[in-house]
Write a protein that binds this ligand. Sequence first.
Ligand SMILES: *Cc1c(COP(=O)(O)O)cnc(C)c1O
Ligand code: SF4
Length: 371
Amino acid sequence: MAAFDFSARLRAVRAWFNASDEDWADWRWHMRRRVTTIEDLSRFLPLNSQEADLIDKAGKRFRWAITPYALALIDPDDPACPIRAQLVPSGMELISEVGMPDPLNELEHSPVPDLIRVYPDRVALCITDICQVYCRHCFRKRRVHEAPPADAFERAVEYIAAHSELRDILVTGGDPLMFSDDALLEKLSRLRAIPHVQILRVGTRAPCMLPMRVTDELAKGLAALHPLYVNVQFNHPRELTEDAVAALARLIDRGIPLGNQSVLLKGVNDSLPVMKELVHKLLMARARPYYIFHPQLVEGTEHFIPPVEVGLEIHAGLEGWTSGLAVPLYILDTPFGKVPLAQSRLVSRDADGFTVRAFKGEVWKEPNPKR
Ligand SMILES: *Cc1c(COP(=O)(O)O)cnc(C)c1O
Ligand code: SF4
């Protein structure tokens, strides 16, 4: 198959939307022009009537929307396109019976609505149910169907203010960057004003799926709330387009450290060469690979889940073989917190030392003092 030519596709998609330079650079234009119907989608991707029917059914069960920018990332000639798999509803979502709507038991871990507390010193706070695109693998498929109650944010601020041990607030969603700059910065400032809150983190897929959302003004506003970190989600090297890399640069040029959280997805990135290219491109964009999540068993996502051995092999194929900076932790999230998965390097322990296996397999014995 011919290599996908993103810039040619971008021109074609822009032409179809009749988008001026100004339109294309405006994230609200992309939100207004999102593709949400089979009729529109079929103008961009060849769909037979059976596929169209399944997309329609799956899309009615789990909401979908694709921005013009994200649409341009999809290779119309490749039915197995890794971007398409993440964005276009599929009949596979209807087959799985085993997934749970809330695999992490988030509802039970919410002392107030939309605030999730699993750890002693930090919380995740969901401030919206809206995203620029609706990822088919999203483990919050349940949440993206439900708008948060109107007073949820106020109650969360109250809870955090009353718990002085909470030093790290992870603001997530949905996608927090769906708010206007003013609305988002106002919310973040409220959290920043709580004296014991040391760091703020914002989780967003906008740099990947809607890079024009990350304007210089927004980056400047976020940087005024330092120390503030941004966690992004890139799952495939092709998502690191010039536009996406420029969006990341606008953040990190303002001193906002970037971490990437990928999801290991069957048919998207479940191979060592793809993951290696992804982590290297992320480092070039100054985004540190932080986590690779083993996917959660959520309703409608079973077809994305690879065997754990695949993730372990990818992790072992990175560790030692490339820069330590490029090696994310491989994580299984559970109702009791995140658990790093890795093949053990510790071979044995005895009275006079412990034995480890290096990345190429050599064994080394290290002396061990008594406790
Ligand atoms: C992931 C998560 C955090 C942040 O965890 P880190 O491992 O520190 O990145 C905090 N709270 C909840 C509920 C989470 O799921
Ligand atoms: S952007 Fe994040 S929250 Fe929104 S659908 Fe994708 S994975 Fe889910």
